[in-house]
Design a protein around this ligand. Structure first.
Ligand code: ATP
Ligand code: MG
Length: 227
């Protein structure tokens, strides 16, 4: 379980997250929505230890993650795919996946290739020569190499063609179902995300102002101006 209690976080003097409380069960798939600057990325960063809390706590399976180093949290099974493509552009696709799998099982690469056949086709190509969408698939594939139990995805589908967005969500769901992965997905593609998550959270100015099922958010049209 991911448990966030009384979480307050700042950049310097500027407080960004205000008294966040969340309990997310293992295997739950959660969409996080909100305007630009609402604090969505900051919330994910707190869950992997990249942004330290001023007060409050984030626990994953009972262990404090917010006060720990990112590398330790990754070893504990937390995978983070940051906003924007994050691949080693000068290395090949296969080398990127192999680096991501160093601490884990290199054989797992075949599973990633099964999810994203295009990466197998281009395995010897320089990652920087992939299209933006293909680089996003590679970044996700790299996170999956660590077989995360908690996967934090920051706008994994931004800029992708609608048909690829669906493929991406199907790949995410296939992999998470097989392993019971808990998913936290920040997204601007709200409608399609709601089709693929169980629960929706809306953040406004660093506060959670909606936390309910994805069906509830779909019905509450009065909230749609918030994302
Ligand atoms: N490294 C940083 N230093 C200072 N302020 C920051 C930093 N990163 C983000 N902020 C500020 O924190 C607030 C929340 O930013 P955050 O990136 O969490 O928003 P977001 O909801 O992810 O937005 P977007 O949808 O644009 O990605 C913003 O006001 C932003 O300017
Ligand atoms: Mg963001």
């Amino acid at each position: 379980m991911l448990k966030i209690d009384h979480l307050n976080a700042s950049y310097g003097k500027l407080q960004i997250l205000h008294d966040i409380h969340l309990s997310i069960k293992e295997g739950e798939r959660v969409g996080i929505f909100g305007h630009n600057g609402a604090g969505k990325t900051s919330l994910l960063k707190c869950c992997v230890g990249e942004l330290k809390a001023v007060s409050g706590s984030v626990r994953w399976q009972g262990e404090l993650v917010n006060t720990s180093r990112v590398e330790l949290n990754v070893r504990r099974g937390i995978g983070f795919v940051p906003q924007g493509h994050n691949v080693f552009k000068e290395l090949s696709v296969a080398q990127n996946l192999s680096i991501a799998g160093l601490m884990h099982d290199p054989a797992h690469v075949s599973e990633v290739y099964q999810l994203f056949p295009i990466l197998k086709e281009r395995q010897d190509q320089r990652a920087g020569a992939l299209s933006g969408g293909q680089q996003q698939m590679l970044a996700l594939g790299m996170a999956m190499m660590g077989k995360p139990k908690l996967l934090l995805l920051d706008e994994p589908t931004t800029g992708l063609a609608p048909i690829i967005v669906r493929d991406m969500f199907e790949a995410i769901n296939l992999s998470s179902q097989a392993r019971g992965t808990t998913l936290l997905i920040v997204e601007q593609n709200v409608q399609v995300t709601l089709d693929h998550v169980d629960r929706a959270i809306v953040v406004k100015q660093g506060r959670v102002i909606f936390d309910d099922s994805s069906d509830q958010l779909r019905e509450q049209k009065s909230l749609w101006h918030l994302f």
